[in-house]
Ligand binder design. Structure first.
Ligand SMILES: [Zn+2]
Length: 395
């Protein structure tokens, strides 16, 4: 069994190297945007969206044309990787059930600038705290905060929060398939006041820290409107906003990692609801003919779901369980909030409010999120004992 992981480090390029990185990233962005425009034009004409092989041919043509001849200075591998990403983005968009948005144009300074170097063993080299990159970059220093272990297959250089970073994609060979050391199982329900509540009754990860940051971002954003566009102060304010966004993203990712690690370390099976975020966000609005009920309440909940990054959390649980030889089971979300975990009675009236549950048949009362988590765990056990029921796919 092979374990794949990404190791990210802060890069310390010289001013010349940083300038070259900006050029390379600019070229890659240009190719993404131009290829995307061609794809959209093809769609407009009622044709299929071209695949990677076709797109790669465009680049050759662009290099010969005078207006886009600057692409000859680009690093071909970077451009090809961007086109592969674009192709993947389209294919994901066309895959039913994935709920992936169509690819969008990348804006300078707004979208994440990143370039990928594939075939690392052939074109790159690692030497203590520096890495040799092709495309005229040479040896670039990076801050090795932890050892780079395993076989490096590729690396990505990107600009985050004003700093260049490098991520090495490494492959580690595991001698035997792992066996999870724990025997316990847990159900997780997405909470309202908390990110998640487990079936033992413990709430996890309040989102106050994130809310505070959110408010600070809003305030900073408002101040921006009082400044003259492109003035020095406007630019400073812009940078402040970018830093806050970066911080918010870090806080969130960190919270998810801590929780998913705890859950996966202590439980051989983790059960969650198989939520499709896209479905939940569109259903609140309803259609023009059949407007949704309680749009406002649902919209509030939806926002919470979206910005709590349930999918990111699920992704982490999936790979962390796979590493340990544990299981992640996703169960269909029907009736998990209305079923009594004690007697099995199902009734909408069991759910008194968003927060409280009281069984109309046996009188069992608990916090609604805990009830949800217990039901999710019960469903997962049911699913595992049934042969034909699918286990959460490892993506
Ligand atoms: Zn009951």
């Amino acid at each position: 069994m092979k374990r794949q992981l990404g190791l990210k480090y802060r890069l310390d390029p010289t001013p010349q190297q940083a300038a070259r990185l900006r050029v390379l990233a600019g070229h890659a962005r240009f190719v993404w945007n131009h290829a995307l425009a061609e794809c959209l034009a093809a769609r407009e004409r009622g044709e299929r969206v071209p695949r990677y092989a076709t797109m790669a041919g465009w680049v050759t043509t662009w290099k010969r044309q005078e207006a886009t001849a600057f692409l000859t200075e680009a690093y071909t591998d970077n451009l090809q990787q961007k086109l592969r990403d674009l192709d993947t983005a389209w294919q994901r968009h066309f895959t039913p059930g994935l709920a992936a948005d169509a690819p969008r144009f990348k804006k300078k300074g707004k979208s994440r600038d990143a370039i990928r170097f594939v075939n690392f063993p052939k074109y790159c080299r690692l030497d203590h705290r520096r890495v040799k990159l092709p495309a005229g970059l040479g040896w670039v220093r990076f801050r090795q905060s932890r050892p780079v272990e395993g076989r490096i297959t590729s690396c990505t250089v990107g600009l985050d929060g004003g700093h260049w970073h490098i991520s090495f994609q490494v492959e580690v060979e595991l001698a035997t398939p792992p066996r999870h050391p724990a025997t316990a199982a847990v159900g997780l329900d997405m909470g309202v006041a908390h990110f998640a509540v487990d079936s033992h009754g413990t709430p996890h990860a309040g989102r106050n820290s994130f809310r505070q940051l959110e408010q600070r971002i809003a305030t900073t954003q408002r101040r921006l409107t009082h400044k003259t566009r492109f003035s020095r102060n406007w630019k400073k304010q812009k940078a402040r906003i970018a830093r806050l966004h970066q911080k918010a993203a870090n806080v969130r990712r960190d919270t998810f990692h801590k929780l998913s690690t705890t859950m996966c370390n202590n439980h051989a099976m983790v059960a969650i609801e198989d939520l499709r975020v896209r479905n939940m966000t569109t259903s609140a609005k309803g259609s023009l003919a059949a407007p949704g009920k309680r749009v406002k309440q649902k919209a509030g909940l939806n926002k919470a779901i979206l910005d709590q990054g349930w999918f990111e959390f699920r992704r982490q649980l999936t790979y962390k369980q796979a590493w340990r030889g544990g299981l992640l089971v996703a169960v269909p979300p029907h009736h998990t909030s209305q079923t009594c975990p004690e007697c099995g009675h199902v009734e909408a009236a069991n759910r008194l409010s968003r927060a409280s549950f009281c069984c109309q048949a046996c009188g069992h009362a608990d916090h609604a999120d805990v009830v949800g988590a217990r039901n999710i765990l019960a469903k997962a056990h049911e699913q595992l004992s049934g042969q034909d029921l699918p286990v959460a796919p490892v993506k």
